[in-house]
Structures are given as C-alpha cells and as structure tokens.
Design a protein around this ligand. Structure first.
Ligand SMILES: Cc1ncc(COP(=O)(O)O)c(C=O)c1O
Length: 409
C-alpha cells in the first residue's frame, strides 16, 4: 500500500523543529554581564538563582547542579544508596533516571505505568522488597504522579522519595508546586512529617525553562541539603567557591569525596531570567495543548493525553497515541509523513527495560512491563513550545489531520 505523505503538497515551506528554547534579551544581557565581570563559574548569580528558585517552588533548600542527571545521582548518593540496594524507577522514563542507580552499584527495579503515562502506586507497592531503599517517581511530560498515594507508601514503608521532576518545573499537585516543602504535610497531615522528599529538576536546552544544561535539587531536609551541597563541589567545606574573592580564604577542607557537579554563573544568568518567564511559558504551552486537544477530539485514530483534573499539567511534552488498528501506517511512517510536511516529531521514551544494557545486565525482556510497551509502540511527541506561533500549531494540526484522514484503514 502506498503511504500518503503529501510530499509535494507539504503543509509548511520551512521546517518546524520538534523543539527550540526561548532565549530573550534579558538572558543575553545577563550572560554577557557574567562574561565581562570575570566571574564565570559558581558565584553570586548561582546563589541568587537558588534563592529565587527556592522561593518559586516554596522549598527551604535549592541546590543548583549542572544537570538533572547529576542531581539525581547526588540525591541517591546522599541517601546512602549502594551495592545490593534496590531503587524503584518507572520504565517509562529517560535512561538517566535508571542509569544513576546503576552508577551507585544498586539495582533499578523497573515498574510499569498507567494510562496517564505515570508510574502507578500499585506497581510501586508490588515492587517493594526488604532491599528497597528509595522510590523515584517521574512526573512524566509535566503532569504530577499520584503523590498522595506515593507519599503514603513512603510513610508506611519508611522509604525516601526522589522525584524526577525533569519535566515538571512549575507543575502543581493539590495546589502546591512540585518541589514544595508543603506537599507531604498537605497530603498526609502529620504522617507527612516523616516522609523525606528530594526533588530534582532539569534545565536542559529544550525543557520548560533552560540554562543550556543544568538542574536544581530541592528539599526541606536540612541534613540532606548540607550533604548534597558538599557532594556538588568535591566535598569541600562550605562556600569553598568564595575562596577567590576578597571575602574568601585559600583554606578549605574536604570532608567527603564529592563530585564536580556545580552550576556556573553563566548558566545561572540564563536561569534567573528564564524563571521569571516560566509562568508565561507554561500558559502558552497549555494554550497550545488545548488547541491540539480540540483539533484531534474527533479523530478516533489519535488519542490525546490523559489529563488529571486535580493537578496542573505544564506540558513539557504533548504526546499522542496512535490507534494502530485504525491506521494503515505505523508510528515510524507517521513520523516520516510529518517530516514530509516539514514538521519535526519525536518519541518519549523507549522504555528503559527495552534497552540492551538493561536486558543484558538485569535480564529484562519485552513482555515484562506491558503497559509501557503498548504505550511506547504508539506514541508520538508533537512540537509544543512557546517559541512556536499559533500558526505553527495550526500547521501541525493540519498535517496530522491530513496524514490521518488519508491513511485510514
Ligand atoms: C525524565 C527525565 N529525567 C532526567 C533527565 C535528565 O535531565 P538532564 O539532561 O538535565 O540531565 C531527563 C532529560 O531529558 C528526563 O527527561
């Protein structure tokens, strides 16, 4: 059967990339200011960015790092995860969520997800063993997981929660931002006091806000925060970065073997201004998501994302599921057809348990986590970012509708 791609009849003349960052004049001026100042690595702008971020999500501590991956690694290290330990991770995530567990010599216990693409509390509870040392939920695509039930499990089994909030900066659950210290208490009452939570965000180039590369760790826990801060910079005693200022001293002590995961002032210069623009970015993402939802509502071949009414979805990703029984083309051909219309698309994610390393090292096989597999086989991430114009969104809509209506089974 020939596939209808409309190659000679493309919706767009110019290519619409799958994603692009939105960098404004303020960010550029602030970066140039850092470059001219002579202070280009960790310094006053990182401090300011940390304080601004802590205030934005309502957390006592915010520790800037050079990626979310580094932040996840630091969080698990500070929790003492090591050989023979197990850490529960959804399989439907980017590889780094699981890779960091492997770096510590521990075993990532991969679990399945539900129809909203997020890990289910049932899957987490079924995976808990005496070796389990932490739960790592991922707020997939910018929509929070079922935190109330996950925190209740954490309280019952006395397990810390490390939230992978790479997609979820600005997202809320029960009226509180992801990363807010108020969340466990507001959800569980006094039982929430005992739940240790560390949240890690990503500021990778195409995330909802960016520092080029970068991340932020938040927590309410003073001791964990102190430990994690040391881990970000060689384990050197407090404020070692000041040692080249007039306020500093050449003397420092290494109190543990830390890493080199600190954020630079050049990155923070971007972050300070991106954070100020974040709420507007989110509003635009949500508006474009609504346009997609409405435009595809009558297409039985395309299922739009499941949105939970008790949480604020910030749409880092807009992921549709194709209905294979209703289409004469598969997912790869669908993405090729979008490309022929000059539109980029992507797939988030290949489940971790399908990657060769995880199959060889831990014995995972296709069939082990069926919901994530069914989802993976059908998903396409459409372009959704504030730098797109509304006309761009309508081009994507037109292209998707054309591909679907000309390739019906
Ligand atoms: C779910 C998830 N976790 C972690 C990461 C890693 O983020 P970073 O690139 O900042 O290390 C990503 C990045 O794409 C991600 O999507």
């Amino acid at each position: 059967m020939s596939i209808q791609t409309a190659a000679d009849n493309s919706v767009r003349e110019t290519f619409l990339p799958y994603a692009l960052p939105s960098i404004g004049e303020e960010e550029i001026v602030e970066v140039v200011d850092s470059l001219r100042s002579g202070w280009i690595t960790t310094g006053p702008k990182v401090k300011r960015f940390e304080l601004d971020f802590a205030e934005y999500v309502d957390s006592k501590h915010a520790i800037a790092v050079n990626s979310c991956t580094a932040g996840l690694h630091i969080a698990l290290t500070a929790l003492g995860i090591g050989p023979d330990d197990e850490v529960i991770v959804p399989t439907f995530t980017f590889c780094s969520t699981a890779n960091v567990v492997v770096h510590l010599g521990a075993r990532p216990v991969l679990v399945d997800v539900g129809q909203d693409f997020n890990v289910t509390p049932e899957a987490i509870e079924a995976a808990i063993t005496p070796r389990t040392k932490a739960i790592v939920p991922v707020h997939y695509s910018g929509q929070a997981c079922d935190l109330e039930t996950i925190y209740a499990l954490a309280a019952r089994y006395n397990l810390p929660v490390v939230e992978d909030a790479a997609h979820a900066v600005g997202a809320t659950y029960n009226g509180h931002k992801i990363g807010s210290d108020a969340l466990p208490l507001s959800l569980l009452g006094r039982r929430g006091q005992g739940v240790r939570v560390i949240t890690v965000f990503s500021f990778y180039a195409i995330k909802n806000m960016t520092t080029g590369e970068g991340g932020m760790i938040t927590t309410a826990d003073d001791a964990l925060a102190e430990h994690m801060r040391l881990l970000t910079l060689h384990g050197m005693s407090r404020d070692a970065w000041k040692r080249y200022t007039s306020a500093g001293s050449w003397y420092y002590e290494v109190v543990l073997p830390g890493y080199k995961d600190n954020m630079t002032d050049i990155q923070a210069a971007l972050g300070i201004h991106q954070l100020r623009r974040l709420d507007d970015f989110i509003t635009t993402r949500q508006r474009y998501a609504r346009l997609y939802d409405e435009a595809f509502a009558d297409l039985q071949e395309v299922e739009t994302p499941v949105v939970r009414s008790d949480r604020n979805h910030v749409y880092h990703l807009y992921v549709v599921r194709l209905e294979p029984d209703r289409l004469a083309i598969d997912r790869a051909q669908f993405i090729e057809a979008l490309k022929a219309h000059n539109i980029g698309a992507s797939v988030h994610f290949i489940p971790v348990h399908l990657h060769p390393f995880y199959q060889e090292r831990f014995g995972y096989r296709r069939g082990d986590l069926p919901q994530a597999e069914i989802i993976y086989d059908r998903i396409v991430s459409l372009p959704l970012y504030p730098r797109m114009t509304e006309a761009d969104v309508h081009d994507v809509i037109q292209a998707v509708r054309h591909i679907v209506t000309t390739n019906r089974r």
